[in-house]
Design a binder for this molecule. Structure first.
Ligand code: GLY
Length: 529
């Protein structure tokens, strides 16, 4: 039916003065799907598709709206990654990860500065700059159109979602963000400034000044020069295969892309759960011992993904699991409620996996005074105290120590799967700190191997192993637990939700999508012309 509708629709007009190979005039609604953590955020994306925007515009709109309706988990005070597959031309990974301020040092944290709360926890907030860069490269709708749903939600308020409600229970002081009905007039003004100044307000303008003043008043070291100097990094996506599908995912400073491809390369559809967990242990040990910002530390990506290395991991799976020292030398981060993932696809062929983060729930718990934006605590994604676990229980190496201008190692794993013709067929990614990696993997595996529908795949119970602590965490008891225990794994039934995964898949009939019920999400669709 969709194909028929598209065939009958007037052919979109290509603007031939535009260097980008595929950019249509945007006068017609675009069929597509957006899966975000919160139904109102997915709907913001679908609204922009209906206004003629493409999937990239829709994902940006969903990210902005998420910062309004779920400020505990995302917003302009953070940073992020995106993997974009255009209908034609090269795929790209965009890195707009926060960086350490120029005056940052390990010594400050050794002397007692907090990497989780207050000004010292805040890394340079780069999401506003990154989303504009993403739009400049691939967007079609105006920034005003893209920001409109978020501004409306901030001005008019919205019903509290389940995830926001649970975040506010643990951080009641953060209700200072809201007037009655969750209205946020300061944030509405900042979003309007983001659109009208093309993000300059957050780089050199009044919102940047607001960030700096708020951070410095609270013991931090952020400067206007830090924001002005920030550079978004376009990167080449990592590429791997699983079960005959090509996977495009995020390179360093993400650790998630490497780990996902290590697991995908070491595992086949027939691999036992025990050997899958073993592959996760290797991948997470490599993450801890070798991951970092490639501008500061060599990350041996090719060696970690070499066929010989993947075969060695496969061969290493015996009857029983090994102690942690077997996987890597223990070096000196698991709760993440500050990240958000959006998957979006459209009928023109655009596909985007966009993950943004302010790190933990409500980040540094600082609200910038004039703009009402929650500031990240991404400094805690560095190994600020070597040998000690971070807020995620992750133990990390010196290669991820604090250095001025450096990006902290991330677990964010935005991923696009291509079919045999090189067309995007599935977009997937997650929030949840290190649980992102194992969550993205399990949903991807289930959808590609078993054909599980997206909503069912994201809702299914999950397991997790991050090498240290040396235990398989499981959301619920499941049949495989006994086999894992027999292979020597310490299986702990945790009973709390792990990651929140969002997935969109192209189908013969159009799109199907799943938003993780763990955060109360629901996808939204645009039917196109
Ligand atoms: N802040 C979570 C991550 O980047 O992994």
């Amino acid at each position: 039916m969709l194909l028929l509708l598209l065939a009958c629709a007037p052919h979109p007009r290509v603007n031939d003065r535009d260097p980008h190979p595929v950019r249509f005039d945007g006068s017609l609604p675009v069929a597509g799907a957006v899966a975000a953590d919160q139904p109102l955020a997915s709907e913001a994306g679908a609204e922009v598709l209906r206004a003629g925007g493409n999937a990239v515009d829709a994902a940006i709109a969903a990210a902005l709206a998420s910062g309004v309706v779920q400020p505990s988990g995302s917003g302009l005070g953070g940073g992020g990654f995106a993997v974009v597959v255009p209908p034609q031309g090269e795929a790209m990974a965009l890195d707009f990860r926060e960086v350490a301020p120029a005056a940052a040092s390990m010594e400050r944290y050794a002397a007692g500065a907090s990497s989780t709360l207050g000004g010292a926890a805040v890394a340079v907030p780069t999401q506003a700059i990154g989303l504009v860069d993403l739009h400049k490269r691939y967007g079609r709708a105006s920034l005003t159109t893209i920001a409109a749903p978020a501004i409306r939600l901030a001005e008019e308020g919205f019903p509290t979602g389940t995830w926001l409600a649970s975040s506010l229970l643990t951080s009641p002081e953060m209700s200072a963000l809201f007037l009655g009905d969750n209205r946020q007039p300061r944030l509405a003004e900042a979003l309007r400034a983001w659109a009208t100044t093309e993000g300059e307000a957050m780089r050199t303008g009044w919102v940047a000044e607001d960030f700096v003043e708020t951070v410095r008043r609270n013991g931090g070291i952020l400067t206007m020069a830090d924001l002005a100097a920030y550079k978004v990094e376009p990167r080449t996506p990592l590429r791997g295969t699983f079960a005959g599908h090509a996977l495009l995912t995020m390179p360093p400073p993400s650790s998630g892309g490497i780990a996902l491809l290590q697991m995908a390369g070491a595992v086949t559809p027939q691999t036992s759960l025990h050997c899958e967990v073993e592959a996760a242990k290797h991948a997470m040990a490599d993450r801890a011992s070798q991951g970092g910002d490639p501008s500061f530390t060599p990350v041996p990506v090719a060696a970690l993904l070499a066929p010989a290395r993947l075969a060695a991991v496969r061969a290493d799976c015996g009857e029983r699991t090994f102690p942690p020292e077997h996987y890597a030398r223990p070096v000196a981060p698991p709760e993440d409620h500050g990240t958000l993932h959006i998957s979006a696809m459209d009928a023109e062929g655009w596909a985007i996996a966009l993950t943004t983060t302010i790190n933990t729930s409500f980040g540094s718990k600082l609200i910038s005074a004039r703009s009402g934006i929650v500031l990240n605590n991404e400094m805690d994604d560095f190994a600020t105290r070597l040998g000690e676990p971070n807020a995620f229980g992750l133990v990390q190496g010196a290669q991820n120590a604090v250095q001025p201008g450096k990006r902290p190692l991330s677990s964010m794993t935005p991923t696009v799967v291509l079919d045999g013709n090189g067309r995007a067929e599935l977009v997937v990614g997650a929030s949840g700190g290190p649980f992102i990696i194992t969550g993205t993997w399990q949903v991807l595996r289930s959808m590609l191997v078993n054909g599980t529908p997206a909503q069912e795949a994201v809702a299914a119970p999950r397991w997790h192993h991050q090498w240290l602590p040396d235990a398989v965490l499981s959301e619920t008891a499941f049949a495989g637990n006994d086999a894992l225990r027999a292979a020597g794994h310490d299986v702990r039934i945790v009973g709390t939700p792990f990651s929140a995964v969002q997935a969109v898949r192209r189908t013969d009939a159009g799109f199907e999508a799943g938003s993780d019920p763990r955060k109360g999400g629901a996808p939204a669709f645009s039917k196109g012309p």
